[in-house]
Design a binder for this molecule. Sequence first.
Ligand code: UTP
Length: 458
Amino acid sequence: MKTFSGYDDVIKRVYDHHQEHVFKYWHELDDDGKKRLLEDLSDVDFALMERLYSSPESAPDEKFGPAPFIPVPKTTEAMREHARAREAGVEQVSRGKVAAFVVAGGQGSRLGYDGPKGKFPVGPVSGKTLFQMHAERILKCSRKYNAAIPFLIMTSRVNHDEIAAYFRDSGYFGLNHEDVLIFPQNMIPSLDTEGKLILETKNSVFKNPDGHGGSLTALRASGVLEEMKRRGVETISYFQVDNPLVKIIDPAFIGFHFLRGADISSKAVRKAYPEEKVGIFVRHSNNRIAVVEYSDLPEDAIHSVDEGGALRYSSGSIAVHLFQREVVECITAGADLSLPFHTAKKKIKACVNGVGIEIDGYKFEKFVFDALPLTEKNIVFEIVREEEFAPVKNAAGIDSVESARKMMNDLYRSWLRTRKIRIPAKTKIIEISPLAAVEPDDLDAGIEIPEQEAVYVS
Ligand code: UTP
Protein backbone atom coordinates (compact mmCIF):
# COMPACT_ATOMS: atom_id res chain seq x y z
CA MET A 1 0.00 0.00 0.00
CA LYS A 2 1.22 3.55 -0.80
CA THR A 3 1.86 5.96 2.04
CA PHE A 4 1.82 9.74 2.20
CA SER A 5 1.96 11.78 5.35
CA GLY A 6 -1.49 13.07 6.37
CA TYR A 7 -3.37 11.02 3.76
CA ASP A 8 -2.96 7.43 4.94
CA ASP A 9 -6.64 7.05 5.79
CA VAL A 10 -7.59 8.20 2.25
CA ILE A 11 -5.17 5.70 0.76
CA LYS A 12 -6.62 2.95 2.96
CA ARG A 13 -10.15 3.76 1.77
CA VAL A 14 -8.99 3.52 -1.85
CA TYR A 15 -7.57 0.02 -1.24
CA ASP A 16 -10.54 -1.08 0.88
CA HIS A 17 -12.81 -0.26 -2.06
CA HIS A 18 -10.54 -1.88 -4.69
CA GLN A 19 -9.85 1.36 -6.55
CA GLU A 20 -6.04 1.24 -6.30
CA HIS A 21 -5.68 1.51 -10.10
CA VAL A 22 -5.89 5.30 -9.49
CA PHE A 23 -2.27 5.04 -8.30
CA LYS A 24 -1.09 3.73 -11.68
CA TYR A 25 1.16 6.77 -12.28
CA TRP A 26 2.20 7.24 -8.62
CA HIS A 27 5.86 6.58 -9.38
CA GLU A 28 5.85 9.37 -12.00
CA LEU A 29 4.33 11.99 -9.68
CA ASP A 30 6.27 14.44 -7.54
CA ASP A 31 4.99 15.28 -4.05
CA ASP A 32 2.69 18.03 -5.35
CA GLY A 33 1.18 15.66 -7.90
CA LYS A 34 0.64 12.96 -5.27
CA LYS A 35 -0.99 15.47 -2.97
CA ARG A 36 -3.23 16.71 -5.77
CA LEU A 37 -4.42 13.18 -6.48
CA LEU A 38 -5.01 12.40 -2.81
CA GLU A 39 -6.93 15.65 -2.32
CA ASP A 40 -9.15 14.63 -5.22
CA LEU A 41 -9.76 11.24 -3.62
CA SER A 42 -10.35 12.57 -0.13
CA ASP A 43 -13.96 13.65 -0.69
CA VAL A 44 -15.02 10.60 -2.71
CA ASP A 45 -17.87 8.73 -1.06
CA PHE A 46 -16.74 5.24 -2.06
CA ALA A 47 -19.76 3.47 -0.59
CA LEU A 48 -22.09 5.76 -2.56
CA MET A 49 -20.17 5.10 -5.78
CA GLU A 50 -20.44 1.35 -5.25
CA ARG A 51 -24.15 1.67 -4.61
CA LEU A 52 -24.72 3.84 -7.70
CA TYR A 53 -22.87 1.33 -9.87
CA SER A 54 -24.56 -1.81 -8.58
CA SER A 55 -28.10 -0.51 -8.20
CA PRO A 56 -28.77 2.76 -10.01
CA GLU A 57 -31.10 5.09 -8.13
CA SER A 58 -33.99 6.97 -9.66
CA ALA A 59 -37.21 8.55 -8.60
CA PRO A 60 -39.77 5.86 -7.67
CA ASP A 61 -41.98 4.66 -10.50
CA GLU A 62 -45.46 5.87 -9.60
CA LYS A 63 -48.83 5.74 -11.31
CA PHE A 64 -49.73 9.20 -12.51
CA GLY A 65 -52.25 11.43 -14.27
CA PRO A 66 -51.94 14.98 -15.56
CA ALA A 67 -51.09 17.67 -12.98
CA PRO A 68 -53.61 20.45 -12.30
CA PHE A 69 -52.32 23.95 -13.01
CA ILE A 70 -53.24 27.59 -12.72
CA PRO A 71 -53.91 28.58 -16.33
CA VAL A 72 -52.93 31.83 -18.03
CA PRO A 73 -55.83 34.14 -17.05
CA LYS A 74 -58.46 34.61 -19.76
CA THR A 75 -61.61 35.56 -17.85
CA THR A 76 -62.20 38.73 -15.86
CA GLU A 77 -62.41 36.71 -12.67
CA ALA A 78 -59.11 34.96 -13.37
CA MET A 79 -57.49 38.30 -14.16
CA ARG A 80 -58.73 39.71 -10.87
CA GLU A 81 -57.28 36.72 -9.04
CA HIS A 82 -53.94 37.26 -10.77
CA ALA A 83 -54.03 40.95 -9.83
CA ARG A 84 -54.67 40.04 -6.16
CA ALA A 85 -51.82 37.53 -6.28
CA ARG A 86 -49.57 40.15 -7.84
CA GLU A 87 -50.24 42.54 -4.99
CA ALA A 88 -49.38 39.86 -2.45
CA GLY A 89 -46.24 39.01 -4.40
CA VAL A 90 -45.11 42.62 -4.57
CA GLU A 91 -45.49 42.84 -0.83
CA GLN A 92 -43.34 39.75 -0.29
CA VAL A 93 -40.63 41.14 -2.54
CA SER A 94 -40.77 44.61 -0.96
CA ARG A 95 -40.37 43.10 2.48
CA GLY A 96 -37.12 41.44 1.38
CA LYS A 97 -38.59 37.94 1.59
CA VAL A 98 -37.43 36.79 -1.86
CA ALA A 99 -33.98 35.90 -3.21
CA ALA A 100 -33.06 35.09 -6.82
CA PHE A 101 -31.09 31.90 -7.46
CA VAL A 102 -29.43 30.96 -10.74
CA VAL A 103 -27.84 27.59 -11.33
CA ALA A 104 -24.81 28.04 -13.55
CA GLY A 105 -22.69 25.01 -12.76
CA GLY A 106 -23.46 23.16 -16.01
CA GLN A 107 -20.92 22.55 -18.71
CA GLY A 108 -22.96 23.90 -21.62
CA SER A 109 -21.50 21.28 -23.93
CA ARG A 110 -24.27 21.57 -26.56
CA LEU A 111 -23.67 25.30 -27.02
CA GLY A 112 -19.99 24.64 -27.61
CA TYR A 113 -18.98 27.97 -26.03
CA ASP A 114 -15.53 28.11 -24.51
CA GLY A 115 -16.35 29.50 -21.07
CA PRO A 116 -19.18 29.62 -18.54
CA LYS A 117 -22.53 29.79 -20.37
CA GLY A 118 -23.54 32.85 -18.33
CA LYS A 119 -20.78 34.81 -20.08
CA PHE A 120 -22.30 34.09 -23.47
CA PRO A 121 -23.18 37.37 -25.27
CA VAL A 122 -26.83 36.93 -26.12
CA GLY A 123 -28.24 40.49 -26.42
CA PRO A 124 -29.23 40.90 -30.10
CA VAL A 125 -28.21 44.58 -30.16
CA SER A 126 -26.27 45.19 -26.95
CA GLY A 127 -24.29 41.96 -26.95
CA LYS A 128 -24.95 41.76 -23.21
CA THR A 129 -24.21 38.42 -21.60
CA LEU A 130 -26.78 36.19 -19.91
CA PHE A 131 -25.27 37.05 -16.52
CA GLN A 132 -25.48 40.78 -17.18
CA MET A 133 -29.13 40.50 -18.22
CA HIS A 134 -30.00 38.52 -15.10
CA ALA A 135 -28.11 40.88 -12.80
CA GLU A 136 -29.71 43.97 -14.37
CA ARG A 137 -33.18 42.45 -14.15
CA ILE A 138 -32.62 41.89 -10.44
CA LEU A 139 -31.27 45.43 -10.04
CA LYS A 140 -34.32 46.85 -11.80
CA CYS A 141 -36.68 44.83 -9.58
CA SER A 142 -34.88 45.86 -6.43
CA ARG A 143 -35.29 49.53 -7.48
CA LYS A 144 -38.88 49.05 -8.60
CA TYR A 145 -39.97 47.32 -5.41
CA ASN A 146 -37.52 49.17 -3.19
CA ALA A 147 -36.19 45.90 -1.84
CA ALA A 148 -32.98 44.04 -1.18
CA ILE A 149 -32.98 41.01 -3.48
CA PRO A 150 -29.99 38.76 -2.88
CA PHE A 151 -28.63 37.16 -6.07
CA LEU A 152 -27.40 33.61 -5.42
CA ILE A 153 -25.20 32.07 -8.12
CA MET A 154 -24.28 28.41 -8.10
CA THR A 155 -21.13 27.57 -10.04
CA SER A 156 -19.07 24.41 -10.29
CA ARG A 157 -15.41 23.77 -9.54
CA VAL A 158 -14.75 24.03 -13.27
CA ASN A 159 -16.11 27.57 -13.76
CA HIS A 160 -16.24 29.07 -10.25
CA ASP A 161 -13.12 31.26 -10.40
CA GLU A 162 -13.97 32.61 -13.84
CA ILE A 163 -17.54 33.50 -12.82
CA ALA A 164 -16.45 35.09 -9.54
CA ALA A 165 -13.81 37.16 -11.37
CA TYR A 166 -16.32 38.17 -14.05
CA PHE A 167 -18.77 39.58 -11.51
CA ARG A 168 -16.00 41.27 -9.56
CA ASP A 169 -14.45 42.85 -12.67
CA SER A 170 -17.89 44.01 -13.87
CA GLY A 171 -18.63 45.74 -10.57
CA TYR A 172 -21.43 43.22 -9.93
CA PHE A 173 -23.36 45.04 -12.68
CA GLY A 174 -24.44 47.70 -10.22
CA LEU A 175 -25.72 45.28 -7.57
CA ASN A 176 -24.55 45.60 -4.01
CA HIS A 177 -21.60 43.27 -3.82
CA GLU A 178 -22.75 41.82 -0.45
CA ASP A 179 -26.00 40.84 -2.18
CA VAL A 180 -24.26 38.65 -4.75
CA LEU A 181 -23.39 35.27 -3.24
CA ILE A 182 -21.38 32.98 -5.49
CA PHE A 183 -20.73 29.40 -4.41
CA PRO A 184 -19.75 26.11 -6.07
CA GLN A 185 -21.76 22.91 -6.23
CA ASN A 186 -20.46 19.49 -5.36
CA MET A 187 -18.61 17.30 -7.85
CA ILE A 188 -19.12 13.54 -8.15
CA PRO A 189 -16.81 11.05 -9.87
CA SER A 190 -17.91 9.20 -12.96
CA LEU A 191 -17.28 5.46 -13.26
CA ASP A 192 -16.14 3.31 -16.14
CA THR A 193 -18.27 0.37 -17.29
CA GLU A 194 -16.52 -1.87 -14.72
CA GLY A 195 -17.46 0.46 -11.85
CA LYS A 196 -13.93 1.86 -11.50
CA LEU A 197 -12.99 5.50 -10.92
CA ILE A 198 -11.62 7.19 -14.04
CA LEU A 199 -8.36 9.15 -14.13
CA GLU A 200 -8.71 12.44 -15.97
CA THR A 201 -4.96 13.06 -15.83
CA LYS A 202 -2.19 11.16 -14.11
CA ASN A 203 -2.93 13.02 -10.87
CA SER A 204 -6.67 13.76 -11.00
CA VAL A 205 -9.92 11.83 -10.91
CA PHE A 206 -12.64 12.58 -13.46
CA LYS A 207 -15.57 14.27 -11.75
CA ASN A 208 -18.60 16.14 -13.00
CA PRO A 209 -20.90 18.65 -11.26
CA ASP A 210 -23.65 16.73 -9.43
CA GLY A 211 -26.52 18.14 -11.53
CA HIS A 212 -28.89 21.06 -10.96
CA GLY A 213 -30.43 18.97 -8.19
CA GLY A 214 -27.13 19.44 -6.37
CA SER A 215 -28.16 23.08 -5.93
CA LEU A 216 -30.19 22.36 -2.82
CA THR A 217 -27.32 20.70 -0.96
CA ALA A 218 -24.94 23.38 -2.27
CA LEU A 219 -27.17 26.07 -0.73
CA ARG A 220 -26.77 24.38 2.62
CA ALA A 221 -23.11 23.35 2.36
CA SER A 222 -22.03 26.86 1.32
CA GLY A 223 -23.75 28.46 4.31
CA VAL A 224 -25.95 30.50 1.95
CA LEU A 225 -29.14 28.89 3.25
CA GLU A 226 -28.21 29.93 6.76
CA GLU A 227 -27.36 33.41 5.52
CA MET A 228 -30.78 33.67 3.83
CA LYS A 229 -32.42 32.78 7.13
CA ARG A 230 -30.38 35.46 8.84
CA ARG A 231 -31.54 38.00 6.26
CA GLY A 232 -35.18 37.00 6.64
CA VAL A 233 -35.50 35.53 3.12
CA GLU A 234 -38.36 33.02 2.96
CA THR A 235 -38.66 32.21 -0.73
CA ILE A 236 -35.94 31.32 -3.24
CA SER A 237 -36.72 32.03 -6.88
CA TYR A 238 -34.79 29.40 -8.86
CA PHE A 239 -33.93 29.64 -12.55
CA GLN A 240 -31.43 28.38 -15.11
CA VAL A 241 -28.67 30.50 -16.54
CA ASP A 242 -29.59 29.93 -20.18
CA ASN A 243 -32.97 31.67 -20.46
CA PRO A 244 -32.57 35.36 -21.38
CA LEU A 245 -36.33 35.98 -21.07
CA VAL A 246 -36.73 34.56 -17.59
CA LYS A 247 -38.92 36.62 -15.24
CA ILE A 248 -36.67 36.25 -12.25
CA ILE A 249 -38.97 38.13 -9.91
CA ASP A 250 -42.57 37.49 -10.94
CA PRO A 251 -44.97 39.04 -8.42
CA ALA A 252 -48.09 37.12 -9.56
CA PHE A 253 -46.26 33.78 -9.36
CA ILE A 254 -44.79 34.67 -5.97
CA GLY A 255 -48.22 35.84 -4.80
CA PHE A 256 -49.99 32.58 -5.71
CA HIS A 257 -47.17 30.65 -4.06
CA PHE A 258 -47.51 32.72 -0.90
CA LEU A 259 -51.32 32.91 -0.71
CA ARG A 260 -51.69 29.17 -1.21
CA GLY A 261 -48.96 28.33 1.27
CA ALA A 262 -47.00 26.29 -1.28
CA ASP A 263 -43.77 24.44 -0.49
CA ILE A 264 -42.50 24.51 -4.06
CA SER A 265 -44.14 26.16 -7.08
CA SER A 266 -43.22 25.66 -10.71
CA LYS A 267 -43.81 27.42 -14.02
CA ALA A 268 -45.16 25.53 -17.00
CA VAL A 269 -45.67 26.18 -20.70
CA ARG A 270 -48.25 24.48 -22.89
CA LYS A 271 -46.33 21.86 -24.89
CA ALA A 272 -45.84 23.05 -28.50
CA TYR A 273 -46.23 19.53 -30.01
CA PRO A 274 -46.54 16.05 -28.46
CA GLU A 275 -42.88 15.05 -28.85
CA GLU A 276 -41.43 18.31 -27.55
CA LYS A 277 -38.43 17.56 -25.32
CA VAL A 278 -39.59 19.11 -22.06
CA GLY A 279 -40.24 17.48 -18.70
CA ILE A 280 -43.96 17.03 -18.05
CA PHE A 281 -45.85 17.86 -14.86
CA VAL A 282 -47.86 14.92 -13.54
CA ARG A 283 -49.81 14.12 -10.39
CA HIS A 284 -48.99 10.86 -8.63
CA SER A 285 -51.74 8.68 -7.19
CA ASN A 286 -50.81 10.04 -3.73
CA ASN A 287 -51.64 13.52 -5.09
CA ARG A 288 -48.05 14.71 -5.14
CA ILE A 289 -46.83 16.68 -8.14
CA ALA A 290 -43.77 15.50 -10.06
CA VAL A 291 -41.95 16.04 -13.33
CA VAL A 292 -41.44 13.13 -15.70
CA GLU A 293 -38.51 13.51 -18.10
CA TYR A 294 -39.63 13.56 -21.74
CA SER A 295 -37.63 10.40 -22.38
CA ASP A 296 -39.50 8.58 -19.57
CA LEU A 297 -43.05 9.52 -20.64
CA PRO A 298 -44.68 6.37 -22.08
CA GLU A 299 -45.55 6.54 -25.78
CA ASP A 300 -49.33 6.33 -25.16
CA ALA A 301 -49.15 9.20 -22.66
CA ILE A 302 -47.21 11.37 -25.12
CA HIS A 303 -50.09 11.28 -27.60
CA SER A 304 -52.99 10.89 -25.18
CA VAL A 305 -55.76 13.48 -25.69
CA ASP A 306 -58.78 14.44 -23.59
CA GLU A 307 -62.46 14.53 -24.65
CA GLY A 308 -61.91 17.90 -26.31
CA GLY A 309 -58.96 16.59 -28.34
CA ALA A 310 -56.34 18.53 -26.34
CA LEU A 311 -53.10 16.88 -25.22
CA ARG A 312 -53.61 15.34 -21.77
CA TYR A 313 -49.99 15.76 -20.69
CA SER A 314 -49.47 19.27 -21.94
CA SER A 315 -47.73 21.15 -19.11
CA GLY A 316 -44.03 21.35 -19.84
CA SER A 317 -41.52 22.43 -17.20
CA ILE A 318 -39.35 25.48 -17.93
CA ALA A 319 -37.19 24.85 -14.86
CA VAL A 320 -38.38 27.89 -12.95
CA HIS A 321 -39.38 27.19 -9.35
CA LEU A 322 -40.06 28.91 -6.07
CA PHE A 323 -38.69 27.07 -3.06
CA GLN A 324 -39.63 27.89 0.50
CA ARG A 325 -36.34 28.23 2.35
CA GLU A 326 -37.60 26.03 5.16
CA VAL A 327 -38.45 23.31 2.67
CA VAL A 328 -34.88 23.35 1.33
CA GLU A 329 -33.68 23.14 4.94
CA CYS A 330 -35.83 20.03 5.43
CA ILE A 331 -34.88 18.34 2.18
CA THR A 332 -31.17 18.82 2.83
CA ALA A 333 -31.23 17.98 6.54
CA GLY A 334 -30.58 14.26 6.21
CA ALA A 335 -30.09 11.41 3.78
CA ASP A 336 -33.71 10.22 3.97
CA LEU A 337 -35.14 13.01 1.88
CA SER A 338 -32.19 13.61 -0.42
CA LEU A 339 -32.72 13.60 -4.18
CA PRO A 340 -31.86 10.45 -6.15
CA PHE A 341 -28.96 10.30 -8.60
CA HIS A 342 -29.82 9.59 -12.24
CA THR A 343 -27.29 7.58 -14.26
CA ALA A 344 -26.38 8.42 -17.86
CA LYS A 345 -24.02 6.53 -20.11
CA LYS A 346 -21.66 9.08 -21.70
CA LYS A 347 -18.34 9.35 -23.51
CA ILE A 348 -15.69 10.48 -21.04
CA LYS A 349 -12.22 11.82 -21.76
CA ALA A 350 -9.92 9.61 -19.69
CA CYS A 351 -6.19 9.27 -19.18
CA VAL A 352 -5.39 5.78 -20.44
CA ASN A 353 -1.77 4.66 -20.73
CA GLY A 354 -0.73 8.25 -20.20
CA VAL A 355 -2.79 9.74 -23.05
CA GLY A 356 -6.28 11.24 -23.21
CA ILE A 357 -8.84 9.07 -25.02
CA GLU A 358 -12.63 8.80 -24.96
CA ILE A 359 -14.08 5.85 -23.11
CA ASP A 360 -17.62 4.78 -22.18
CA GLY A 361 -18.62 5.55 -18.64
CA TYR A 362 -21.42 6.52 -16.29
CA LYS A 363 -22.12 10.05 -15.10
CA PHE A 364 -24.36 10.69 -12.12
CA GLU A 365 -26.58 13.75 -11.68
CA LYS A 366 -29.40 14.94 -9.46
CA PHE A 367 -32.40 16.74 -10.98
CA VAL A 368 -33.91 19.62 -9.05
CA PHE A 369 -37.49 18.71 -9.94
CA ASP A 370 -37.16 15.47 -7.96
CA ALA A 371 -37.71 17.71 -4.94
CA LEU A 372 -41.35 18.25 -5.92
CA PRO A 373 -42.81 14.90 -4.83
CA LEU A 374 -40.92 15.19 -1.53
CA THR A 375 -43.31 17.98 -0.59
CA GLU A 376 -47.06 18.18 -0.20
CA LYS A 377 -48.08 21.61 -1.38
CA ASN A 378 -47.17 22.33 -4.95
CA ILE A 379 -48.47 24.78 -7.51
CA VAL A 380 -48.01 24.56 -11.27
CA PHE A 381 -48.41 27.99 -12.83
CA GLU A 382 -48.91 28.29 -16.57
CA ILE A 383 -47.20 31.11 -18.45
CA VAL A 384 -47.02 32.25 -22.07
CA ARG A 385 -43.91 30.75 -23.64
CA GLU A 386 -43.22 33.73 -25.91
CA GLU A 387 -43.06 36.01 -22.88
CA GLU A 388 -40.62 34.12 -20.69
CA PHE A 389 -38.96 31.08 -22.17
CA ALA A 390 -36.15 31.28 -24.75
CA PRO A 391 -33.61 28.61 -23.74
CA VAL A 392 -30.16 28.86 -25.27
CA LYS A 393 -29.07 25.24 -25.46
CA ASN A 394 -27.64 24.82 -28.96
CA ALA A 395 -25.40 26.84 -31.29
CA ALA A 396 -28.03 26.75 -34.05
CA GLY A 397 -31.58 25.50 -34.78
CA ILE A 398 -34.09 24.73 -32.04
CA ASP A 399 -33.44 26.36 -28.64
CA SER A 400 -30.43 28.21 -29.96
CA VAL A 401 -28.89 31.65 -29.69
CA GLU A 402 -30.59 32.48 -32.95
CA SER A 403 -34.07 31.44 -31.79
CA ALA A 404 -33.62 33.23 -28.44
CA ARG A 405 -32.59 36.47 -30.18
CA LYS A 406 -35.61 36.26 -32.45
CA MET A 407 -37.89 35.71 -29.45
CA MET A 408 -36.37 38.71 -27.67
CA ASN A 409 -36.95 40.90 -30.73
CA ASP A 410 -40.56 39.69 -31.08
CA LEU A 411 -41.31 40.18 -27.39
CA TYR A 412 -39.80 43.66 -27.15
CA ARG A 413 -41.72 44.74 -30.24
CA SER A 414 -44.93 43.52 -28.63
CA TRP A 415 -44.10 45.53 -25.47
CA LEU A 416 -43.71 48.68 -27.55
CA ARG A 417 -46.99 47.99 -29.38
CA THR A 418 -48.75 47.46 -26.02
CA ARG A 419 -47.50 50.90 -24.97
CA LYS A 420 -48.54 52.32 -28.36
CA ILE A 421 -44.97 53.36 -29.13
CA ARG A 422 -44.34 53.66 -32.87
CA ILE A 423 -41.75 51.32 -34.37
CA PRO A 424 -40.17 52.74 -37.55
CA ALA A 425 -40.49 50.46 -40.61
CA LYS A 426 -36.71 50.60 -40.95
CA THR A 427 -36.18 49.03 -37.51
CA LYS A 428 -35.35 45.34 -37.80
CA ILE A 429 -34.04 44.50 -34.35
CA ILE A 430 -35.11 45.90 -31.01
CA GLU A 431 -33.71 45.13 -27.62
CA ILE A 432 -34.91 46.64 -24.35
CA SER A 433 -32.49 46.87 -21.46
CA PRO A 434 -33.74 45.16 -18.28
CA LEU A 435 -32.78 48.41 -16.55
CA ALA A 436 -35.40 50.21 -18.66
CA ALA A 437 -38.18 47.64 -18.28
CA VAL A 438 -38.88 44.19 -16.92
CA GLU A 439 -42.46 44.41 -18.20
CA PRO A 440 -44.27 46.70 -20.67
CA ASP A 441 -45.71 49.00 -18.00
CA ASP A 442 -42.20 50.10 -17.02
CA LEU A 443 -41.73 51.72 -20.43
CA ASP A 444 -42.26 55.43 -20.71
CA ALA A 445 -45.04 55.75 -23.33
CA GLY A 446 -43.44 58.99 -24.53
CA ILE A 447 -40.20 57.45 -25.80
CA GLU A 448 -39.36 57.68 -29.47
CA ILE A 449 -37.70 54.88 -31.35
CA PRO A 450 -35.00 56.29 -33.65
CA GLU A 451 -35.04 55.52 -37.38
CA GLN A 452 -32.38 52.82 -37.16
CA GLU A 453 -32.12 49.18 -38.15
CA ALA A 454 -30.98 48.09 -34.68
CA VAL A 455 -32.37 49.88 -31.64
CA TYR A 456 -31.41 49.50 -28.02
CA VAL A 457 -33.87 50.97 -25.53
CA SER A 458 -31.92 51.75 -22.38
P1 UTP B 1 -28.53 21.68 -18.81
O1 UTP B 1 -29.22 20.43 -18.47
O2 UTP B 1 -29.02 22.42 -19.99
O3 UTP B 1 -27.00 21.37 -18.93
O4 UTP B 1 -28.54 22.61 -17.54
P2 UTP B 1 -25.80 22.29 -19.38
O5 UTP B 1 -24.60 21.70 -18.70
O6 UTP B 1 -26.02 23.75 -19.16
O7 UTP B 1 -25.69 22.08 -20.94
P3 UTP B 1 -25.32 20.77 -21.78
O8 UTP B 1 -26.38 19.76 -21.48
O9 UTP B 1 -23.94 20.33 -21.36
O10 UTP B 1 -25.36 21.26 -23.19
C1 UTP B 1 -29.64 23.35 -17.17
C2 UTP B 1 -29.22 24.33 -16.10
O11 UTP B 1 -28.72 23.65 -14.99
C3 UTP B 1 -27.42 24.09 -14.67
C4 UTP B 1 -26.88 24.66 -15.97
O12 UTP B 1 -25.84 25.58 -15.71
C5 UTP B 1 -28.12 25.30 -16.55
O13 UTP B 1 -28.38 26.56 -15.94
N1 UTP B 1 -26.63 22.95 -14.17
C6 UTP B 1 -26.62 21.78 -14.83
C7 UTP B 1 -25.90 23.12 -13.02
O14 UTP B 1 -25.90 24.22 -12.42
N2 UTP B 1 -25.18 22.08 -12.55
C8 UTP B 1 -25.15 20.88 -13.18
O15 UTP B 1 -24.45 19.97 -12.68
C9 UTP B 1 -25.90 20.72 -14.34
